[in-house]
Write a protein that binds this ligand. Structure first.
Ligand code: 9Z3
Length: 318
């Protein structure tokens, strides 16, 4: 869908008060063409969002607020979706973990530690992969190459919360023609507060005279309702809810379902997010727990099952 063909949005402060970032216009042609290719192949498609959003404190940004998210959930889930036949648009925070390369990209898993140098027999050296890592690396590389060959992954990046919301709106609207074959899997850790442009200093906030810096942040508008009602009304929408207090987790998941009317909320606690999640729907709650291995191994096929049921239900109601 071209930029000017969009379903019009109800007027909102956020999208009128904030200028559409250049990145939306830059990414749009690639997104549109990726979606057209996948539609022709009759592939189901998922938008996976991943990583944390930053909140700039200055227009010429020196300082910003950020959050903990590394993008593990999103990057890992994207691989599982592709393995299960989905095309993936991976909307991630710049420099957070990426599908496939995540296995070797960060300091705990630096790719250089998986390699060695050996004599090439001609007076020089050649690079080799250490035998104990060879098999795993081969299987990651195979999947990565297949995803590239089959054009099943489009990687799009954001930095700020504003950029995230504009890109989310654009991609969701571009995916709307896919109807119920579209899945939105919103694992990004989105800031709840931001500094609107009219309150933001143009230049670096000065620190002279030992003065204090007091921040008066405004709530980021709740975008899920717009997503459900206007941007991609036929798509299945899965949101994540993060809490640090166990007693709040299920009530907050239920409150989100009730407020936004979407299909599934996946709840997780900060310190146990790699080992357990709860899937909350209108009429069900199901914990998924693992003691080792990747939780997404079980989570993603479970979400796919629910997406299939959703698509059947939507198609039979037309
Ligand atoms: C999540 O809850 C994700 O599972 C994590 C994954 C961010 C915890 P990591 O990137 O962590 O693997 O390190 N994401 C959603 C968090 C969020 O911001 N949800 C909003 C909310 O809770 C709704 S969109 O209000």
């Amino acid at each position: 869908m071209a930029l000017h063909d969009r379903i019009s949005d109800p007027p909102t402060d956020f999208f009128t008060d904030n200028k559409s970032p250049d990145s939306v216009h830059i990414w749009n042609p690639q997104i549109t063409s990726f979606i057209a290719t996948q539609v022709a192949k009759h592939r189901p498609m998922v938008l996976v969002t991943s990583g944390g959003t930053i909140v700039p404190l200055e227009k010429n940004t020196v300082r910003f607020l950020d959050n903990f998210s590394a993008g593990t959930r999103g990057a890992c889930s994207a691989e599982h979706f592709i393995r299960n036949g989905y095309a993936v648009i991976f909307l991630h925070r710049q420099f957070s973990l990426l599908p496939y390369s995540r296995h070797y990209s960060h300091s705990t898993h630096c790719f250089l530690d998986f390699m060695d140098l050996e004599d090439d027999g001609a007076g020089g050296l050649r690079t080799v992969i250490l035998a104990q890592y060879e098999e795993e690396m081969r299987s990651v590389l195979k999947e990565y190459k297949r995803a590239k060959q089959e054009n099943s992954l489009l990687v799009v990046s954001f930095i700020t919360v504003t950029e995230y919301l504009f890109l989310l709106r654009d991609i969701a609207q571009c995916m709307a023609p896919l109807g119920s074959n579209a899945l939105l899997y919103l694992a990004a850790a989105v800031s709840d507060f931001h500094l609107p442009p009219d309150k933001m200093s143009l230049h670096k906030i000065q620190s002279h005279g030992g003065r204090r810096l007091v921040l008066d942040l405004e709530p980021v508008p709740k975008f899920l309702r717009k997503l459900v009602e206007h941007w991609a009304p036929q798509a299945m929408i899965v949101s994540f809810k993060l809490e640090t207090e166990e007693r709040l987790l299920i009530p907050k998941c239920r409150a989100a379902l009730k407020s936004y009317g979407h299909q599934l909320v996946i709840g997780n606690l900060l310190d146990r997010r790699k080992y357990e999640v709860i899937l909350v729907q209108q009429d069900s709650e199901r914990w998924i727990r693992v003691s080792d291995g990747e939780l997404e191994d079980i989570l993603v096929p479970e979400v796919i099952e629910r997406h299939k049921r959703w698509a059947v239900k939507m198609k039979s109601s037309i």
